[in-house]
Each structure stands twice: as structure tokens, then as C-alpha cells.
Design a protein around this ligand. Sequence first.
Ligand code: NDP
Ligand SMILES: CC(C)CCC[C@@H](C)[C@H]1CC=C2C3=C(CC[C@@]21C)[C@@]1(C)CC[C@H](O)C[C@@H]1CC3
Length: 418
Amino acid sequence: MAPPQGSRAPLEFGGPLGAAALMLLLPVTMFHLLLVARSGPARLLGPPPYLPGLEELWSPWALLLCLTWLGLQAALYLLPARKVAEGQELKDKSRLRYPINGFQALVLTALLVGLGVSAGLPLSALPEMLLPLAFAATLTAFIFSLLLYLKALVAPASALAPGGNSGNLIYDFFLGRELNPRICSFDFKYFCELRPGLIGWVLINLALLMQEAELRGSPSLAMWLVNGFQLLYVADALWYEEAVLTTMDIIHDGFGFMLAFGDLAWVPFTYSLQAQFLLYHPQPLGWPLASFICLINAVGYYIFRGANSQKNTFRKNPSDPRVADLETISTATGRRLLVSGWWGMVRHPNYLGDLIMALAWSLPCGVFHLLPYFYFLYFTALLVHREDRDERQCLQKYGLAWHEYCQRVPYRIVPYVY
Ligand SMILES: NC(=O)C1=CN([C@@H]2O[C@H](COP(=O)(O)OP(=O)(O)OC[C@H]3O[C@@H](n4cnc5c(N)ncnc54)[C@H](OP(=O)(O)O)[C@@H]3O)[C@@H](O)[C@H]2O)C=CC1
Ligand SMILES: CC(C)CCC[C@@H](C)[C@H]1CC=C2C3=C(CC[C@@]21C)[C@@]1(C)CC[C@H](O)C[C@@H]1CC3
């Protein structure tokens, strides 16, 4: 298929070969982690304890549960929202509208789950179903990506993403062709980015905590910390939901296998790895160390939230008193860049905060296993790669002004290190 005119973006992720490798490697890694987390030695780098047969992976009940979950989250998405936000300007100068009711969806889900559990819903049985559920989510993501690919075939050229339209089927399927696939006002990418996966992640964590309580009488302090930290992170993302409208996933990337699998399968099943590990490998944790880990998480959150809010406030209204005194540089686009405050410390202070939190989520699992640190290692690689992609896009957008910013703020993520 010929690429549409004017959309020859440089290939990313190693081109078609890299995309094909990632499409295989990501699900394999996810299943490896799920199997290893429940095995005795829990060795990240060792072979999986065994290879599950199809009868262990495939369950129609798991698929039904997965689809019911998506249906529930879609219904909550469609409820009246406290606010409707406008996205960034599109190629055709129009702006899409997005409901801001993610936090409401989290609270309503919590109420429904609470009601279900008090009526006898066996939530603690969920950990036993993680393998077939992850398989069902992967299958759903794959079929969904196929449908998205087909939908993009009939989309107008103006609706296509800058990347993801190379003409190579595998690459385009992976990256995603259409920028904002929608049916009426239902935006699939925006919905998937924040709702089923993120809320599913904390639900799995909660189920693991409840099963630990059943097994050992009460949840361990380490399990409480992991659940608390990650709930804070998810609640924060949904509370500040509007901020996702300025991320590169929404503005730049098409919706294909990478994001569909990432949102629907990768996030709930690999981001809950620490809680999975703790269920099968209880770790002693005293209050002094727990307090220290809480402090690390608080420092990370303070930087993450401070940096994200500062940029979002500045982008919404540069004369807001909270940011009006910050030093900036002008760019040819009319938009200015912050060079003091958080964004004067490093060029991605929000990534630094996020990484500090990632470390705090692993520490309750002790230091004798590498497995619970998988998230920290993967996330470092993801953010380094993401930072590089963002820098290239900013250089294209801001040209000389971006060079000046890089000179004024030489470090990318970690002051004096990187
Ligand atoms: N847990 C997870 O798996 C993941 C979490 N995240 C988190 O999500 C959040 C959003 O991340 P992401 O979308 O990658 O990127 P950012 O929120 O960092 O956004 C980058 C954009 O910010 C603007 N910008 C950059 N420098 C400046 C400056 N000095 N002054 C003003 N604006 C500037 C530019 O856009 P413009 O100028 O056009 O406004 C740039 O493209 C982060 O906190 C990140 O840690 C991200 C990915 C995965
Ligand atoms: C499977 C691949 C390796 C890549 C998948 C990437 C996705 C898992 C992430 C891409 C950007 C994301 C963002 C978030 C979650 C992970 C994904 C979907 C947040 C919603 C997490 C909470 C933050 O507050 C905002 C993030 C925006 C980007």
C-alpha cells in the first residue's frame, strides 16, 4: 500500500523488523513475568519454570470477564462528565472534545467492586486467573488493533498519524495508522490510555492483597505499601486526566498494537508485578524501613507532580501567578519554553520523579530478587527512549530555541548524570 502524501516520517523502533520483534517479545516477556513471579526461585533472567499449554492460557470465562470489564469502563466513560476538554489543534485546525470523568470512573468502579465483594464476589480468586486473563487481554488487543488498522483504510488522509503510515503493513499495524480513531464521540485511544488498564492494574493489586489476607491472616506491610503507592499514581493520573491530552501518545502517535497491547495487557499485568511477587514471596519489612521507602515515594511524587503541574499550568495560561515569574525563552512558534523552576533543573524533571517512584515501588520487595525491579529497569529504558523521541520532535518544532534550551539546561533526566 502506498503511503499517503506528506507522511514520510522517519521510521522508529527499528523499522518493520523492530516492530515485528517487539510484537513477539512484549507478550512473551509479559507471560514470562507472570510465570516467574509465582515460581519458587522467581528468577527474572532464568528460564520460565514451565511452558503453559493452551488449556492453561485459554478460558472463555477469562475472555468474558475481560470483555465485561471493557464494557463496564466504556459505560462509565459515557456517563455525563464534570467537564469536557478540548484537545490540541489538529491538522485541519479543528479540536476534538474529550470527557473528563476518569476519576469518577475510578470511584464508581471502587463502589461497584465494594458492593460486589460484600455480596460475595470472590475477588481473591482473580490472582489464580491472571494467566488466562492476560491471554484474553492480549487476544483482545490483537483483534482490536486489526479492526483499527481496517478502520484506518477508510479514514481520510487528514485523520492519519504522522508516523505509522510508512506503507509497511507490520510497521503500520504496530505503530497505528489513525491518530484519533473514534466512533461518534467515543475516542478509543483516549479511553484505553487511562481507563481499563490503569483501573484494572489497581484492581489486580487489590485482589492480590485480599488473597494475601486470606492466606496469611492479614496483608503484609510491603503489600500495603505497593498497593498504596500505585493507587496514588493511578488516582493522580485520573485526577489530572486532562494532562494526557498533551502527551505524545495522544498528539503524535497513531493507535495500533503498541498502545492497544500496552494499555490493555502490558499495564495491568506487568505493572502489578511487585504485588504478584509479594503474594508468592512474602518479605519482612519493619516500620523504620517502610517509613524511609514512603519518604522516597513522596519525594518522587513531589517532583513528578510539581513538574507536570508547572508545565500544564504554564501551557494553559502563561500569566498564571504560579508560573508568571518563571524565566522563559521565546520560540518562533509563539510558544515559550520554561528555563527555570522544575524545567530549568533538567529537561524532563517529570521523568525523574516518575523513576524515583518506580524505585520506591520495588524496594518493599527487598533486595534479594531482581524480578520486582523489572518495572524500574523497563521504565528507565522506556523513558530514555521516550525522552529521545520527544527531543527530536521538539527540535523539529522549536529549532534554534530548542538548541538554546539544551545549552541552558544541559541534563536530560538526572542532574549531572544524564
Ligand atoms: N508509567 C508509565 O508507563 C508512563 C508514564 N509517563 C509519564 O507521563 C507524563 C507525561 O509524559 P510525556 O507525555 O512523555 O511527556 P511530557 O509531559 O514531559 O511532555 C513533553 C512536552 O512538554 C513540552 N515541553 C518540554 N520542555 C518544556 C519546557 N521547558 N517548557 C515548556 N514545555 C516544555 C513539549 O511540548 P509542547 O512544547 O508542545 O507543549 C514536549 O513535547 C510524565 O510524567 C511521564 O513520566 C509517560 C510514559 C509512560
Ligand atoms: C508495551 C510497550 C513497551 C509500550 C507501551 C507503552 C504504554 C504502556 C505507555 C505509553 C504511555 C503511557 C502513559 C501512561 C501509562 C503507560 C502508557 C500507556 C500514563 C497514563 C501513566 C500515568 C501518568 O500520570 C500519565 C501517563 C501518560 C502516558
